[in-house]
Structure formats: structure tokens, C-alpha cells
Design a protein around this ligand. Structure first.
Ligand code: HEC
Length: 152
């Protein structure tokens, strides 16, 4: 009888621990590549979030950039200045250090990025304050990204 209880307990433990690890891997779905990975070329790092592939056309879409500038002024400029370090980093030159996908995911999914993406973790350590999720839609984030392309 005692042995039965022990076996039952052990199997419950086993099942729970399996359940947990399943849940963990589900939570991180799509992040396996990026997690704990340090990229030789930071431009290969697409970050973690909804945007997995984004190729920017050569031409800047000025109308989209103008829309992005408005969104940036309203929702980002409290912490970011175009060409100067502020609460957060300056977006000037960002395409030299980040892929478009990484930038989009940082805007759309910062909580997970600063926890699980090595480059974002470093930023958080450097700036101390965490990047805020401003609840932009993917289209809005894309417009801000276009605006970033115009900053020189
Ligand atoms: C409450 C302050 C705050 C607001 C508001 C904010 N950010 Fe940030 N952001 C930060 C901080 C701090 C960092 C760097 C540290 C970190 O990532 O945790 C950062 C990092 C970033 C990065 C990565 C920069 C790099 O050089 O790699 C991007 C991109 C970014 N923010 C875009 C935005 C956009 C776009 C908005 C508006 C929708 C925005 N942020 C709003 C504080 C903020």
C-alpha cells in the first residue's frame, strides 16, 4: 500500500514536471532560435515576436514615414530622442546594428525581448529602464520603422 502511494506520488510529480516543461516550450514558441544566442552579425538577429521576415524596399515611403513620425512623437519621444541618447537609445543609425525584424519585435514585444533576446538583455542592463510596450499595431510599428529610416 505504501509503495503504491509512493509510485502514485512519483508519477504525479513526473507528469507535473513534464507538463511544466511543455508549457515553457509553448510560451517560447518561435523563440528557440534567438534565445541565448549571440549573433556574430547582429543583423542576423531577428529577435523574438510576431515579425519573422521583413524586407525593406530600397525606396523610402515618405507618406508612411510621416505617419510614423506622428506616432513616434506621441508614443516614443518621452523616452527617445532621434539623435541623442535619452532614457532609451537614439534611433539614428539603428539599421546598422539591428535587423528590421528585430526592431519591429522590440517595439511590439519588448517584455519578452528584454528577457530572452541577448542583445535586448544587454540594452536593458545598460539603460536600466525597460523599453515600454506602447501597444502599437504591427502597421503602426512599421510606420515608425519607416520614419527611423529617414533619421540622419
Ligand atoms: C518609458 C520609456 C520608453 C518609451 C515610451 C519607449 N521606449 Fe523604446 N526603449 C526604452 C529604453 C529604456 C530602451 C533601452 C533599454 C531596453 O531595451 O530595455 C529602449 C529601446 C528601444 C529600441 C532598441 C534600440 C536599439 O538601439 O537597439 C527601440 C527600437 C525602441 N526602444 C523603440 C521605441 C519605439 C518605436 C517607441 C514608441 C512606440 C518606444 N521605443 C517607446 C524606453 C522607452
Amino acid at each position: 500500500m505504501k509503495l503504491n502511494v509512493l509510485v502514485l506520488l512519483l508519477s504525479v510529480l513526473f507528469i507535473t514536471s513534464c507538463g511544466n516543461s511543455d508549457k515553457k516550450s509553448n510560451d517560447k514558441a518561435g523563440s528557440a532560435d534567438s534565445e541565448k544566442k549571440v549573433f556574430d552579425n547582429p543583423l542576423d538577429d531577428k529577435g523574438i515576436g510576431p515579425v519573422t521576415s521583413l524586407v525593406l524596399p530600397a525606396e523610402i515611403d515618405e507618406a508612411l514615414a510621416a505617419k510614423g513620425k506622428e506616432i513616434y512623437k506621441a508614443k516614443c519621444s518621452a523616452c527617445h530622442k532621434e539623435t541623442e541618447r535619452f532614457i532609451g537609445p537614439a534611433p539614428v543609425g539603428i539599421f546598422e546594428r539591428r535587423s528590421p525584424e528585430w526592431i519591429m519585435n522590440m517595439i511590439l514585444n519588448p517584455e519578452v525581448m528584454v528577457k530572452e533576446n541577448e542583445a535586448a538583455k544587454k540594452l536593458l542592463a545598460e539603460y536600466v529602464a525597460p523599453m515600454a510596450n506602447q501597444n502599437l499595431t504591427e502597421e503602426e510599428a512599421r510606420a515608425v520603422l519607416e520614419y527611423f529610416r529617414t533619421i540622419k
